[in-house]
Write a protein that binds this ligand. Structure first.
Ligand SMILES: NC(=O)C1=CN([C@@H]2O[C@H](COP(=O)(O)OP(=O)(O)OC[C@H]3O[C@@H](n4cnc5c(N)ncnc54)[C@H](O)[C@@H]3O)[C@@H](O)[C@H]2O)[C@@H](O)CC1
Ligand SMILES: Nc1ncnc2c1ncn2[C@@H]1O[C@H](COP(=O)(O)OP(=O)(O)O)[C@@H](O)[C@H]1O
Ligand SMILES: [K+]
Length: 490
């Protein structure tokens, strides 16, 4: 499944029509589904439907018709001047004997719910004048609001603050990225019958979800032994933060690594899991690391100034590698590009800011663009730009002229914003690399599982090792089909 811009969704709509699928059917499904989702959540309240003059308004007119048809009290307020499908929706509503009042007549009524069908993906620029005032009036009414497709006004200000948003046909950027996502409330995605071929567009970012991630889970053969399922070398640690390599080791073990070795400077106290092999080193050098039996490496966690040396020593092992934290320096990344090894780098916005030399606020505002810029700068390396949500980008070296592949994670939550969470992720991705997944597969599945474990363990005061401990349940639930994507109805 893909993440759409307004333009990409319009193109999908046009493809559906070109394939012979009538657009009126899409509007009918959209309005009917929005009405039924509203009733599911706000049964018993009168519904005020606010309709704009475009197709979002058309969806609202369809919803109003069905609400009335099902016997619910409904008042309709609409702009004048619908055309095309929305005009047909208006006629159909009138044929049911409903009256349409002007939008200017709307006043908040106690115990009602507002269906916001003012503007969707067709909005051009911020709302002003009458519509800006209407949106503010709805927000100030304190009434619950269900938004059709998008809270009206997004991605600009002012915009509707919704309790529920019924996304139509596909998720749009506003449904996944903050601060806009916060305006959507709970999000439910309705397919509205759009032909899958019309939605198909591999140039768009992939949304990581249970359906695409489940097939990537590595199988564990009946005759498995610890040398067969993937061994991981974790290289990191320094005086200041000795928990980092230990958490990476825990993440790797809890993702199914057969054996984890933790290499760290001998003058630092590291307490890896009991099950890990310890390798204290006097200095980061290739010869000592070479002795470790491992199919993948995670390097840089808590390594401070030793990060660059550790990463360059690890490079000579010629293994698939995760570069995190203190390994994330330009000279390291350039050396890994040259080596052409399967490599995943996992910067947070601060580290990406150092690499791209742009402010981290800019990265947080446009994470997909930042991940893409890193992927283009370091072809062949898979970029995992961590955040809420984490985004991924990869420019395959064999296809330098095509745009990078992009993905956005859908799992994870703000309780994961605590120290050590990223260290666990490095171990998870390294374990998947060691199990034989490609860098793009391991990064996508690793990010998804890590977020899913965070969702299962979510609570105030969540600690990174608790997320690691939830990884086995996350994998089992994904395997057995017990996972719910956030846009699925409860
Ligand atoms: N997949 C699809 O493409 C489908 C889309 N549908 C609906 O269609 C919507 C998109 O419809 P439209 O493209 O008609 O666009 P909208 O209905 O979102 O808005 C277009 C209308 O808003 C006006 N407008 C735009 N910017 C404005 C501004 N800043 N201030 C005041 N007025 C402004 C335009 O003049 C136009 O009348 C979707 O969000 C969805 O609700 C559904 O009907 C079914 C299928
Ligand atoms: N609000 C959030 N929503 C989803 N995931 C989050 C959120 N905040 C943090 N995370 C996840 O937690 C991890 C934090 O990583 P990082 O900042 O590197 O932590 P550390 O450096 O302390 O190990 C990332 O995987 C990130 O995606
Ligand atoms: K809307």
């Amino acid at each position: 499944m893909y993440l759409y811009t307004a333009q990409a969704m319009r193109e999908a709509d046009q493809r559906a029509v070109a394939m012979g699928y009538p657009s009126l059917l899409l509007m009918e499904a959209a309005g009917k589904q929005a009405a039924s989702r509203l009733l599911q959540r706000f049964e018993g309240r009168a519904v005020d439907v606010l309709c704009g003059k475009g197709n979002n308004g058309g969806d609202g007119l369809v919803a109003a018709r069905w609400l009335a048809h099902w016997g619910h009290p409904v008042r309709v307020y609409a702009a004048e001047g619908q055309t095309g499908d929305a005009a047909v929706a208006r006629q159909a509503l009138l044929a049911h004997g409903l009256e349409i009042a002007p939008l200017s007549a709307w006043e908040p009524a106690p115990h009602s719910v507002v269906l916001d069908a003012l503007f969707g993906t067709g909005l051009r620029g911020p709302l002003e004048g009458f519509y800006a005032a209407l949106v503010e009036k709805v927000n100030q009414s304190g009434l619950p609001v269900v938004a059709v497709d998008l809270p009206s006004g997004l991605p600009h200000r002012p915009h509707i603050q919704a309790d529920l948003t019924v996304a139509l046909a596909g998720l749009k950027n506003e449904h996944l990225f903050y601060p806009h996502r916060a305006a959507c409330g709970r999000i439910v995605l309705e397919s509205i019958g759009m032909p899958p071929r019309a939605l198909h567009n591999p140039h768009l970012p992939e949304v990581l979800c249970k359906t695409s991630m489940r097939p990537l889970l590595p199988a564990r053969p009946g005759n498995a032994h610890k040398g067969l399922v993937g061994r991981v070398l974790v290289a990191g640690g320094y005086r200041s933060y000795t928990g980092a390599p230990s958490l990476a080791a825990l993440g790797a073990y809890r993702t199914g690594a057969g054996l984890v070795t933790v290499a760290y400077p001998a003058d630092c106290v590291v307490n890896p899991p009991l099950e890990a092999v310890r390798l204290p080193l006097l200095e980061w050098n290739h010869a000592d690391l070479q002795a470790v039996r491992a199919e993948a490496v995670a390097v840089g966690m808590g390594a401070a100034a030793g990060g660059v040396r550790a990463a360059l020593a690890a490079l000579e092992l010629g293994k698939p590698t995760v570069l995190d934290a203190d390994a994330l320096h330009k000279q390291v990344l350039s050396a890994y590009v040259k080596a052409g090894l399967p490599t995943v780098l996992t910067p947070h916005p601060g580290e990406a800011s150092r690499l791209l030399e742009i402010p981290s606020e800019q990265i947080a505002r446009a994470p997909l663009e930042a991940a893409q810029a890193l992927a283009e700068r370091y072809p062949g390396l898979v970029v995992v730009l961590k955040g809420g949500p984490t985004v991924l980008a990869w420019q395959p070296q064999e296809a330098p002229l095509s745009p990078p592949l992009l993905a956005v994670n859908s799992s994870g939550n703000p309780s994961m914003a605590t120290g050590g969470m990223g260290d666990v992720l490095s171990g998870v991705v390294a374990a998947l690399l060691a199990a034989g997944l490609s860098a793009w597969e391991a990064a996508r599945l690793g990010v998804y599982l890590h977020g899913l474990a965070g969702d299962l363990a979510s609570k105030p005061g969540l600690l990174a090792h608790e997320v690691a401990e939830a990884l086995p349940s996350a994998m089992r639930q994904l395997q057995l089909g017990g996972v719910r994507d956030f846009w699925e109805p409860c």
